[in-house]
Design a protein around this ligand. Structure first.
Ligand SMILES: O=C1O[C@H]([C@@H](O)CO)C(O)=C1O
Length: 587
């Protein structure tokens, strides 16, 4: 028998074990590095986790509701591994009446596309009572995330961090390594939200009731009544998170956002933050007073505890890019030996104006790859796909569309359908490569009466270089364009540029940053703006690319890319089967 780890923060490492003979290397222990110091894929240790996923009543913001927990916790345990290790997570679905799938956000799943955890794309859902074993190599050091990828389940609290440490020294120094995971919190269940979004009349999810920092927030209990639910402001479950720091020491804070809706501004009162990592890649360092962070992004910042040590300071998160009605998320930056719960003597800092795009665009532009760690992009691309993001109505239902196509998930996962040539499993007509950029006015409400729903996909030539231009536009409300964080599964992409207004295919590519663009897996497209990305289609599999706002993806804001499907192993794991046309595929 082996011991399981719950992977607690700060030293809670996954245990080393001979879980699976096929994975065993050096008895499962630390590998002997080859003489040249390089490590081949999967040569590391095995980190084994066993998770029980269920609904439990919790009060993360003092308001009692059903929360999805992993081994009793939300956020779930942090996965800790070293570059090259194999992570094995055995997930038991104890949700009783609900399916499940878990996505390992930022892990490219090279050689294991079937364990990307994307329901409908790479696997069938895990049924209640079933156990699913995810098994993948964490081939890149950095800060990553995991979360539910079934319906709008992430909203219920199934999320956590993955920390992968490097085998080489890092280009910056710090004394302690800590994690902060940000979320927005809604009191309605995922069912109420999803049903509202797919109803006529449309019922929007609204703004979050609170913002959580490491799973703790504060709802104003005077706003609740015995009818709306139980709220107890003195419940210890909603005591604020407190990060204790030793005066004079430098802290690396790994900050991840898994909000379901909100873009955030994160700040530590009186302290500057030095940004050093974004989505697992080293950043040419720059200082900020507040960090803008979009759902699906991770950053590492260095913070020195160099202020007056006789007091505590506020750690805050605030909604930006949507009209702010949610109170700030508050945590405490606690200077040892002050009491960790002592409120700072001054009010929290004033957040930036919610509708000021300029500083957000400026931060996006400031993020460059760090000197000495630059991986240059190919200088040209083989294909350019322009994706216009619009809101529209299809058959009376409110939707989001990309080039007038609102994405819907098929019953049979694409991975199986493509591998086994199940042509009826999804629409074989690919979605458009662009939109009518000459005539379409991105600054006004457009009715887009031709919009349709489809599950057609983009098929990419293996090893080709693909550019994607995300083009934002006005929503169905006047003078309104939202920020959308787009996340690509299975790859990192180079961020070549951002701009205001309509992308100009002749002029704008000349301004691309081909010298030191950052590699990321999630990137915002700002209101009325565009964002240009480049990636190599070199990871055989089927990969979702979508807005990381849960309700927007649910309403159709996504596309799917296939590449190199025929290079995959003869047989896909039978554990991903069992739905749609794969019902009979399990042995
Ligand atoms: O998808 C959305 O719908 C609402 C609103 O546009 C409905 O009118 C909103 O704020 C979104 O982000």
């Amino acid at each position: 028998m082996y011991a399981d780890s719950d992977g607690t923060e700060d030293g809670g490492e996954g245990s080393i074990l001979p879980a699976d003979e096929s994975l065993r290397e050096n008895g499962g222990g630390r590998p002997t590095l080859p003489v040249d110091g390089t490590l081949r894929k999967g040569e590391g240790r095995i980190r084994h986790y066993r998770w029980d996923v269920k609904y439990e009543y919790k009060s993360p913001d003092c308001f009692k509701k059903l929360v999805i927990t992993i081994n009793g916790r939300s956020p779930g345990p942090t996965i800790q591994a070293e570059e090259g290790d194999t992570v094995v997570v055995e997930v038991n679905n104890s949700l009783v009446t609900e399916n499940l799938a878990i996505h390992w956000h930022g892990i490219r799943q090279i050689g294991s596309p079937w364990f990307d955890g994307t329901e409908g794309v790479t696997q069938c859902p895990v049924l209640p009572g079933d156990t699913f074993k995810y098994q993948f190599v964490v081939d890149q050091a950095g800060t990553y995330l995991y979360h539910a990828h079934y319906g709008m389940q992430r909203e219920a609290g199934l999320y956590g961090l993955i920390r992968v440490s490097p085998r080489q020294p890092e280009p910056f120094a710090y004394d302690y390594d800590r994690s902060i995971i940000l979320d927005d919190w809604f009191h309605k269940s995922t069912y109420e939200q999803a049903a509202g979004l797919s109803s006529i009349p449309f019922q929007w999810v609204g703004e979050p009731q609170s913002l959580l920092i490491n799973g703790k927030g504060r709802f104003n209990c005077s706003l609740s009544s015995p009818v709306t639910g139980i709220c107890n402001a003195t419940n210890p479950e909603c005591a604020p998170y407190s990060q204790t720091v030793v005066p004079g020491k430098t802290y690396r804070l790994r900050i991840g956002s898994l909000t379901t809706l909100s873009a955030l501004s994160f700040q530590i009162q009186g302290h500057k933050m030095r940004v050093v990592e974004a989505d697992g890649h080293y950043v040419e360092p720059f200082e900020v007073e507040n960090l803008f962070i979009y759902s699906g992004e991770t950053y590492s910042v260095l913070v020195k505890a160099d202020q007056d040590p006789k007091r505590n300071y506020w750690i805050t998160s605030n909604v930006v890019s949507r009209n702010r009605t949610t109170p700030p998320g508050l945590a405490i930056f606690n200077y040892y030996p002050n009491h960790p719960m002592r409120s700072p003597p001054t009010p929290p800092p004033t957040p930036p104006a919610w509708d000021d795009v300029k500083p957000r665009l400026a931060q996006s532009l400031a993020i460059k790859a760090r000197q000495g760690f630059i991986q240059k992009p190919p200088t040209t691309s083989d294909r350019v796909i322009v994706l216009l993001n619009t809101q529209n109505t299809i058959n009376g239902y409110r939707k989001w569309s990309v080039n007038n196509v609102s994405f819907s998930l098929p019953q049979t996962p694409y991975l199986v359908a493509l591998k086994d040539n199940l042509k009826d499993a999804f629409d074989q007509t690919p979605p458009p490569e662009g939109y009518d950029s000459v005539n379409y006015d991105i600054f006004s409400v457009q009715n887009n009466t031709n919009a349709t729903s489809s599950n057609g996909i983009y098929r990419l030539e293996f090893n080709s270089t693909v550019d994607v231009i995300l083009q934002n536009a006005n929503t169905m409300n006047k003078n309104n364009s939202e920020t959308h964080p787009w996340h690509l599964h299975g790859h990192d992409f180079w961020v070549l540029g951002y701009g205001n207004g309509k992308f100009d295919k002749d002029k704008d590519p000349k301004k691309y940053n081909l010298e030191n663009p950052i590699l990321k897996n999630t990137v915002p497209v700002h209101p009325y703006g565009w964002t240009a990305l480049r990636f190599k289609a070199n990871n055989p599999g089927v990969w979702l690319f979508h807005c990381h706002i849960d309700s927007h993806f649910y309403m159709g804001m996504g596309v799917v890319f296939e590449e190199g499907i025929h290079r995959l192993a003869e047989k896909l794991p039978s554990s991903i089967m069992g739905c749609g046309e794969t019902k009979t595929f399990r042995p």
